[in-house]
Design a binder for this molecule. Structure first.
Ligand code: MEV
Length: 442
C-alpha cells in the first residue's frame, strides 16, 4: 500500500518522478527511462508541454496522420487526424477518394449559437422575480462590456438572456439562460466570464431591488457555467450520387449496396445498442480531427451524444435514403469549435494542422469535422455490409501484432505480403512468424 503525499505539485519534475518510481515500480531505472525517452530534447518545447497541465512527468504521444483527397464544397482538403486506432485514417482516406470521384461532400453550417447558464435559488414571488429580471437585464449586459467589447467589435457577443423557471423540477430553482455568438473562438472562457459577471450583477442588484422582501433579496447563486450541449450550433454534411454509381462493378450492384446501407443506418436509428457503436465510429473521425486541431474532444463528445438522444431515445447521428434513384447520406451534428484561442495558437502541431487546413474559420472547421465523421461512418458501414469489418481492421492491426512480437523489418515485409491473402489473427501471425524464423534458421 502506498502512502499519501503532501505537496506533490510543488516538487520538481525529477523529484516527482523519483517519488512515483520509488513508490510504485520494482524496476525504478527502467520506469524512469520509459518516462524520459518521451521527453523532448528541445527544452522550450518541453517546457511548453510541461506547462499545459499540472504534474507533467512526460509526454504521451499519439500518431498524427493525414487523410488526403477530401473534396468539400468543391475545395480539396488534406485532413490532419490524431488517433491511435489503426484503421481510422486508412478508412477516412478511402471514403474521401470514393466520394471525390462522385462529387465530394456538401456541407452547411446551420447555426452557431452557444449556451451558458447561471443556476440560482430564489425564495419568493415569481412575478416579482420576473419583474426584477426585466429591470436588471440591460445592466447584466452592460456590466459585461469589458469582457464583450472585442467580441462585439467582430460581430459576436451576448445574444440574449432569459429567465427560466425550473421550480417544477427542483424547488426554488431558476436559471439565467443565456445565448452567445463566439465567432472563431470556442468561447468557453468568454462565456464563463460573462456568466460569472451576470451572477455578480444579479445578486448585487437584487439586494437593492425595493419590491423584494428581505428574503427575496438573498438570491442564492449555485453556479455559473457554459453548456456543452449546443443543439443550436449545428452543421450538416452530405454526400449523394446515383445509386448505380455506388456499385463496385464486381461483387455487388449499386442498388443492392444502397439497400443494405440504408437499412444499416435505419437499424442505428431505431436500435440504441447499434446506435452507440455506429456513433462511436463517427466519433473516430470527429475526435481525431478535434484533437489534431487543438479542440476539446470531451466537450464535443458530451454534446454530440446528448444530441443523439434529444428525442428521448439514443439514435444515429447519420441518416440515409434512396429517392428517385439517388442515394443520399448525411449527418447533422452540434459542434462548438474554435480556431483561435486555447491550444490553437500554442501547440506547434495544432498550428501546423490548422495551416494544413488553410487556416479555417470555426465555421469552416465545423464543416471539415462533420465530413470526417460522415466519411468514417460511410467507410465503416461499407465494410460492415460487404466484407465485414475484420478484414480491413485486422490488416491494419497486423503491424501492431508484428511489433508486439518484435518482428524486424524484413520479417514485417515478408509477413505483410503473406497476409495479403491470408486471414490475420493473433495466432496466425504468431504461427507465420515462428515458421519464418524456423525457415531462416535452417
Ligand atoms: C470501430 O472503432 C468502429 C466501428 O465499430 C463502427 C461501426 O460499427 O459502425 C467499426
Amino acid at each position: 500500500m502506498s502512502k499519501p503525499i503532501d505537496g506533490f505539485s510543488k516538487l520538481s519534475k525529477s523529484k516527482k518522478i523519483d517519488w512515483i518510481v520509488d513508490t510504485y515500480f520494482s524496476n525504478t531505472e527502467s520506469a524512469k527511462s520509459v518516462l524520459k525517452q518521451y521527453w523532448n530534447s528541445n527544452e522550450k518545447l518541453q517546457q511548453l508541454h510541461d506547462e499545459f497541465i499540472e504534474n507533467t512527468i512526460t509526454n504521451y504521444y499519439l500518431p498524427l496522420g493525414v487523410a488526403p483527397n477530401f473534396l468539400i464544397n468543391n475545395k480539396l482538403y488534406t485532413i490532419p487526424m490524431a488517433i491511435e486506432e489503426s484503421s481510422v485514417v486508412a478508412a477516412a482516406s478511402k471514403a474521401a477518394k470514393f466520394w471525390m470521384d462522385r462529387g465530394g461532400f456538401k456541407t452547411k453550417v446551420l447555426s452557431t449559437t452557444k449556451i451558458g447558464q447561471v443556476h440560482f435559488n430564489f425564495l419568493g414571488d415569481v412575478k416579482k422575480l420576473a419583474h426584477f429580471f426585466n429591470h436588471v437585464k440591460p445592466k447584466l449586459i452592460l456590466d459585461c462590456k469589458d469582457i464583450t467589447q472585442n467580441m462585439s467589435k467582430r460581430g459576436g457577443g451576448i445574444l440574449d438572456i432569459e429567465l427560466r423557471d425550473k421550480t417544477s423540477e427542483i424547488e426554488h430553482y431558476y436559471q439565467l439562460h443565456a445565448s452567445f455568438e463566439t465567432l472563431d473562438a470556442m468561447g468557453a472562457n468568454f462565456i464563463n466570464s460573462c456568466l460569472e459577471q451576470f451572477a455578480e450583477t444579479f445578486k448585487t442588484e437584487a439586494q437593492k431591488f425595493d419590491l423584494f422582501s428581505e428574503e427575496e433579496k438573498q438570491i442564492d447563486i449555485i453556479m455559473s457555467i457554459l453548456s456543452n450541449y449546443v443543439p443550436n450550433c449545428l452543421v450538416r454534411a452530405e454526400v449523394s450520387c446515383k445509386v448505380d454509381a455506388l456499385g463496385d462493378g464486381d461483387t455487388m450492384s449499386g442498388k443492392d449496396f444502397a439497400k443494405k446501407f440504408v437499412q444499416a443506418v435505419n437499424i442505428a436509428e431505431v436500435e440504441p445498442f447499434r446506435a452507440v457503436t455506429h456513433n462511436k465510429g463517427i466519433m473516430n473521425g470527429i475526435d481525431a480531427v478535434i484533437l489534431a486541431t487543438g479542440n476539446d474532444f470531451r466537450a464535443v463528445e458530451a454534446g454530440v451524444h446528448a444530441y443523439a438522444a434529444r428525442n428521448g431515445k439514443y439514435s444515429s447521428l447519420t441518416h440515409a435514403k434512396v429517392e428517385d434513384d439517388m442515394f443520399t447520406f448525411w449527418i447533422e451534428i452540434p459542434l462548438a469549435l474554435g480556431t483561435v484561442g486555447g491550444l490553437t495558437g500554442l501547440h506547434p502541431l495544432v498550428k501546423l494542422g490548422l495551416e494544413l487546413l488553410n487556416e479555417p474559420s470555426a465555421k469552416e472547421l465545423m464543416q471539415i469535422v462533420a465530413v470526417a465523421g460522415l466519411a468514417q461512418n460511410f467507410a465503416a458501414l461499407r465494410s460492415l455490409t460487404t466484407t465485414g469489418i475484420q478484414q480491413g481492421h485486422m490488416k491494419m492491426h497486423l503491424m501492431n501484432i508484428l511489433n508486439q512480437f518484435e518482428a524486424n523489418a524484413s520479417e514485417k515485409e515478408a509477413l505483410v505480403k503473406h497476409f495479403e491473402n491470408h486471414t490475420v489473427s493473433h495466432s496466425a501471425v504468431s504461427e507465420a512468424l515462428n515458421q519464418l524464423r524456423l525457415n531462416l534458421e535452417k
